[in-house]
Design a protein around this ligand. Structure first.
Ligand code: SAM
Ligand code: SF4
Length: 321
């Protein structure tokens, strides 16, 4: 289905939980995290109905996210049922990877074809600092498990943070020589009220190009619908490098997505507080609300920069990225 600005919406991000086993500093606070209560959350059947409603409107790709989707007890059942819905051509997942050593193979069997793993650093001490409670070794074991499980594509996502991981750019890009994975660098988005990162933490993907001049642009980097990353490759490397810059190179004109939160709120735009609830509705009413959400997509998001926080009105773990 097309929105008011002629963009065809083919992609929905489905957050299955707001809970997480980590506490990344740019995503959620350490303490005082308000949990959704059970009755507030979409049930498994409601999630399946919502994806069916989305498929009826032409959405063919679902990305399962969170919070941390792999802490959800029924995650394999949710993935399996969604993957079987007619019209859904691709079911992908975004995870911090720490639970992949036991779940990579079952997820593959449940029909997940693509996996994105968030990994901001290759240094165990820095990993522990940024995630507040994570162990790098677990996340890295997750990356290896994903590669061994044979997913179509494994992508690593690192949020670029000046003064934290910009000194690791070369090493992270180098991973694409050794492994068949895409390394993507994402600009830090100011989401939290108490943002502990100053102006200098917000650096764009251009810093990656400056530090690794050998990167060659790939032809698919022209902005096609839904393409958010500028793509590059090191000569002879097995994997690619992607730059995702929602602040400095906005991709609103190519935006092809809507989001559904774990408590059943459709978000037409990540950086807008507008939400449309589908909790408790039957599938026909869900489809109508989804139509409404697609038509409500703004042409572009409001001001967003180091000095101007996102107007999302939620933390990232409550949206799904
Ligand atoms: N827990 C899973 C994970 O970390 O991959 C899925 C949910 S997480 C909210 C989804 C993505 O949002 C992650 O790649 C994370 O790095 C990104 N993210 C969270 N807060 C962000 C911020 N302030 N700026 C940029 N990306 C952010
Ligand atoms: Fe959890 Fe992902 Fe947010 Fe980190 S980015 S706190 S892993 S939801």
């Amino acid at each position: 289905m097309q929105d008011k600005y002629g963009r065809t919406i083919t992609y929905m991000r489905l957050s299955v939980t707001d809970l997480c086993n980590l506490r990344c500093r740019y995503c959620m606070p350490e303490e005082g995290v308000e949990k959704l209560t059970h009755p507030e959350m979409l049930t498994e059947d409601e999630m399946v109905d919502a994806v069916q409603a989305a498929a009826d409107l032409g959405i063919s790709k679902i990305r399962i996210t969170g919070g941390e989707p792999l802490v959800k007890k029924n995650i394999l059942s949710v993935c399996g049922r969604i993957g079987q819905i007619e019209g859904i051509e691709e079911t992908a997942i975004t995870t911090n990877g720490t639970l992949l050593p036991t779940l990579a193979v079952p997820l593959r069997k449940a029909g997940i074809s693509r996996i994105n793993i968030s990994l901001d650093t290759l240094d165990p001490d820095k990993y522990a600092f940024m995630t507040r409670r994570g162990r790098f070794e677990e996340a890295w074991a997750g990356v290896m498990s994903a590669l061994e499980a044979g997913f179509d594509k494994v992508k690593l996502n690192a949020v670029l943070i000046g003064g934290f991981n910009d000194d690791e750019i070369e090493e992270m890009v180098d991973l694409t020589r050794q492994y068949p994975l895409d390394m993507r660098f994402i600009e830090l988005m100011p989401m939290l009220q108490d943002d502990e990162f100053g102006q200098s933490a917000h650096i764009s993907g251009d810093e990656v190009l400056r530090r690794v001049p050998d990167l060659q642009p790939l032809s698919e980097q022209t902005l096609m619908s839904g393409q958010v990353a500028r793509m590059y490759r090191l000569p002879g490397a097995r994997g690619r490098v992607g730059l995702i810059d929602p602040l400095s190179h906005t991709f609103c004109s190519a935006c092809n997505r809507i989001r559904l939160t774990a408590d059943g709120k459709l978000k037409p735009c990540l950086h807008s507080s507008q939400e449309i609830s589908i909790k408790g509705l039957d599938i026909d009413s869900m489809r109508e609300k989804m139509r409404e959400a697609i038509m409500a997509k703004p042409q572009e998001h409001g001001e967003l920069n180091a000095g101007h926080r996102s107007e999302a009105g939620r933390q990232m773990n409550q949206i799904g990225g």
